[in-house]
Ligand binder design. Structure first.
Ligand SMILES: Nc1ncnc2c1ncn2[C@@H]1O[C@H](COP(=O)(O)OP(=O)(O)OP(=O)(O)O)[C@@H](O)[C@H]1O
Length: 536
């Protein structure tokens, strides 16, 4: 247990903080006071200015006006290292790990001096165990899933014994059980005197965890509240200024044609520490949404790569897209056969950071008439980006804005919107509303429901159980590289699925792995037409 020296006044005081970017005033005259031991939420729609404010407190960027007091003294935080020396730690929404380094090497980079790696690995394991954040210090960051990366970031902060911990959407990829553990951790830290600034779009979590909340709208403080006196609906109202629309499910179809068929997919992960997929079979039909729940790092990355075409299968028939044996096709060929795909990582895989939105739209929409005789139709390209920006209320500087100038949630809205608007026959999405505010998340979920009612087959891989239950017709669980059968959503419960996510199903009910020999014969593959040649 650690003790924090108590300064009687506020730990942090911001007065009149502003930040102007060339096209937008991201923060406008913001006042904020955080007391020792206080868990303070910052709420607001995508693009309201939350991350910008946090980045200034952490010294990533400097305000264009205003003052910051730290434990009663005026400071200008000039860099993250400076912030850390004051006792400020931050867990980012976009992670900042170096792929070619191990977990322990990555953590060492943010610590002063040259820590002994073996000793540091032991400290990481201790924190990881104490706070229920499993991660292997010896692994390369390259192979870590999004959830695992987030755990590393949290551990990295906790190792520095911060007096103020900034958490930018820390629970977006954690299981309900892991969220419980994290909250216990955060309450314990607060009891020890640590202040916490907590950004989240999950209003029920804010209600449960935070002592006070400040609401931002369009860069300004628009109000504040005591979360436990509010309901999620009243907080949503504070944030967006109106009521949230209720979701219209409409009817799913259970007898549409099979648009995605995965047959006994087994494969080693390309990453030596990754999760091997073991005998995964799955069907998604036209007019239904199938949800795959699971704790990040249980084979989702490997499954998504096998579906998108980023990795290929030895046997083309292992993955069928709209009836075509697509297992050996690359991503572009699969798109031509009707696949739409939203990857887990927004920047890097979902979008090229420095490219404009218009050009980013072209990357996956080129089948939809944007190319003519090998030439890009620039007008059509901008028009598609413009329609997507309008339909999904993407706050940005227009089609020519570079992807990396958008707030996290707005970029996500653009990437998901782009895929939905192309009305693919089959749409595979990872974490469709990650980092998206409640209003926009409701809109994306409704768009997915409408798309499925119009006949698209949809597969959603997500760790958000509530969301999966809201939109899925059937739900499967992935654990340890195995996939459970997909059950009708109404026949199962959040609790059951949560238990299976923590591996109950994998250890207790899974059948033994078939041998390669059985694999070939079990489904009479010899009778399937071989479409490999068309794929090339
Ligand atoms: N480097 C930048 N250059 C130009 N504009 C930027 C830059 N960073 C942020 N912005 C703009 O500042 C505004 C606030 O963005 P910020 O990331 O702070 O929002 P946020 O409230 O954290 O949103 P989200 O919930 O989506 O993460 C947005 O309009 C965004 O486009």
């Amino acid at each position: 247990m650690r003790a924090i020296h108590h300064h009687a006044g506020p730990r942090l005081e911001l007065r009149g903080i502003s930040k102007a970017y060339p096209t937008v005033v991201a923060n406008d005259d913001i006042d904020l006071v955080v007391m020792p031991g206080e868990i303070h939420a910052v709420l607001g729609e995508n693009g309201a200015g939350k991350s910008t404010l946090m980045k200034m407190i952490y010294g990533v960027t400097q305000p264009t006006a205003g003052t910051m007091r730290w434990e009663g003294t005026d400071v200008r935080v000039t860099s993250p290292a400076h912030a850390r020396s004051l006792g400020i730690g931050m867990v980012f929404q976009h992670f900042s790990l170096f792929d070619t380094l191990t977990v322990v090497e990555n953590v060492a980079l943010s610590l002063p001096g040259k820590p002994d790696l073996a000793d540091l690995a032991r400290r990481i394991s201790a924190v990881s165990e104490r706070y229920g954040l499993p991660v292997d210090p010896a692994r390369l960051a390259y192979g870590l899933s999004v959830g695992e990366r987030q755990r590393v970031e949290i551990i990295r902060c906790l190792l520095q014994n911060p007096k103020l911990l900034i958490m930018d959407e820390p629970t977006s990829v954690l299981t309900p059980q892991a969220v419980r553990t994290l909250f216990t951790t955060l309450r314990q830290l607060a009891d020890e005197g640590c202040s916490i600034l907590y950004i989240s779009h999950k209003l029920d979590e804010i209600r449960e965890l935070c002592h006070r909340a400040t609401v931002l709208r369009a860069g300004k403080v628009s109000g504040g509240c005591i979360p436990c006196d509010e309901t999620p609906a009243s907080m949503a109202h504070l944030m967006i200024g109106k009521e949230l629309p209720a979701c219209q499910r409409g009817g799913g179809q259970s007898d549409g044609e099979v648009r995605l068929q995965v047959t006994r997919l087994s494969r080693q992960s390309a990453d030596p520490f990754g999760v091997a997929l073991r005998d995964v079979s799955l069907e998604v039909r036209a007019g239904e949404i199938v949800g795959i729940a699971g704790v990040s790092g249980n084979g989702q990355q490997e499954l998504l790569a096998a579906l998108s075409g980023e990795t290929t299968c030895a046997d083309a028939r292992t993955v069928r897209i709209c009836g075509v044996a697509a297992g050996r096709m690359g991503p572009a060929a699969r798109r031509r056969h009707g696949l739409g795909f939203v990857p887990e990582e927004r920047l890097g895989r979902g979008a090229v950071p420095r490219m404009s939105l218009a050009w980013n739209g072209l990357l996956t929409a080129h089948a939809g008439g944007l190319l003519r005789r090998g030439m890009v139709r620039l007008g059509a390209m901008r028009e598609l980006a413009q329609r997507c920006i309008a339909a999904y209320h993407v706050k940005c500087g227009g089609p020519d804005a570079p992807a990396n100038s958008l707030s996290g949630g707005n970029l996500q809205k653009f990437i998901v919107g782009r895929e939905i608007m192309q009305q693919p026959k089959l749409l595979v999405l990872a974490q469709p509303t990650w980092g998206v505010d409640v209003g926009a998340a409701a809109f994306i979920r409704q768009s997915l429901l409408d798309l499925r009612s119009a006949g698209t087959a949809i597969l959603v891989v997500s760790e958000e159980l509530d969301e999966l239950f809201e939109i899925s017709d059937r739900i499967a669980v992935i654990a340890g590289g195995r996939l459970s059968p997909a059950e009708p959503a109404q026949d199962t419960s959040v609790e059951q699925v949560g238990l299976r996510m923590s591996g109950m199903w994998a250890s207790e009910e899974a059948p033994a792995l078939p041998t390669a020999h059985e694999d070939c014969h079990a489904h009479g593959h010899a009778h399937c037409p071989d479409e490999v040649h068309h794929a090339a």
